[in-house]
Design a protein around this ligand. Sequence first.
Ligand code: NDP
Length: 444
Amino acid sequence: MSYIDEVIEEVVSKNPSEPEFHQAVKEVLESLRPVIEENEELYRREALLERIVNPERQFKFRVPWVDDKGQVHVNTGYRVQFNSAIGPYKGGLRLHPSVNLGIIKFLGFEQVFKNSLTGLPIGGGKGGSDFDPKGKSDREIMAFCQSFMTELCKYIGADTDVPAGDIGVGAREIGYLFGQYKRIKGLYEGVLTGKGLSYGGSLARTEATGYGLLYLTEELLKINGIELAGKICSVSGSGNVAIYATQKAHQLGAKVVTCSDSNGWVYDPEGIDVDALKEIKEVKRARLTEYKNYRPNSEYHEGRGVWSIKVDVALPCATQNELHLEDAKQLVSNGCLAVCEGANMPTTLEATEYLQKNKVIFAPGKAANAGGVATSALEMSQNSERLSWSFEEVDARLKRIMVDITHNIDAAAKRYDCEGNYVMGANIAGFEKVVDAMMAQGIV
Ligand code: NDP
């Protein structure tokens, strides 16, 4: 049995109830086959892959909190510190009822390679809780965040582990988390990113993941001789990534005609109204059924369906495994040219293979959504030097980073004779730097 197959088998047997983690490990290791086989003997002796697939450390803790009626609830909190070979752990916190250790490990594992791709000195980690923020009052959100941070603060710090937002964690939650960290530790430090502008946040961090996705998409299309301007796009989700991906797509001359949430989806042939979407989601925190009140000519449908619309470019920006094989078939039969992932692992393995086989340009999330963490690292730099850069400066750096990532993944794929396979390109480019640092630091 090859070294890769042995390690995949071990991951599955040692972590039996973590299917998303298995999926992420398989996707990465399979695509690294040419690199690993070239160095199989050395890597096996060094147990390099076993070290890469095992987190350095993981915490699981109780989070008790009291609701507005005086009822006590108990959720589970997680922080997985996956790999610190190239810098302090960095990765978001997710608050969603689906969160479990396997999901946090898949996200942390992906984060290691994504962070490496940014070219910045950040290791990989991830955390969160199965707490559901939907329908909770501000006081309940604060009660949860304070309890969560009371435990989490023991493991994080500006030079050790710097969490950020993810699904269910936006500016409001980061504010409550930061306040509690400061209160307990007595330290005013850049321990979280995605902070508000009045207390150490970076301009353009809110927009960064969505904007970065579009910078990479535009550049990748250009490499393939296609212009983004004038193209019709579908976006799934209606959260942070989806909103700013839609905004930047419009600024770059493309037209986004869909968005979705976990109940249903919208088709607006005239182009999604970003201001309306922001008001519904960021101000009212309401459902997408409201969108029709702003745009009477749009359609609202219950359930899934975003990928049934005929588009040139599809941008999944909601959650993992939301684009299935059937959806991929539909996109291909509708002549879709490219799928670029704003979310983490939104495309199933079978769907990814089908798209690639059918010559659809496919950009994996670890490259395409790296703009968020890259800008988080820029926030860390600003906090360290106690300065704030202008929106234009951060945005220009973000664009440069995304263009560099695009060319790096293209070049890595070409180096291993798999031109156009950006999954391989991203995994190889991310892996090489981490491995180099791990080898240099000895058996740790
Ligand atoms: P948000 O919480 O702001 O938005 C998530 C969106 O996805 C919402 O519209 C939500 O709908 C929808 N959604 C979530 N879970 C499901 C589900 N199980 N089924 C259907 N729809 C769902 O999160 P973000 O925009 O921050 O994150 C979106 C994706 O991007 C995630 O995969 C995240 O890991 C990834 N990402 C985010 C980064 C960031 O900077 N924020 C950085 C890099 C990656 P509803 O409101 O109904 O739940």
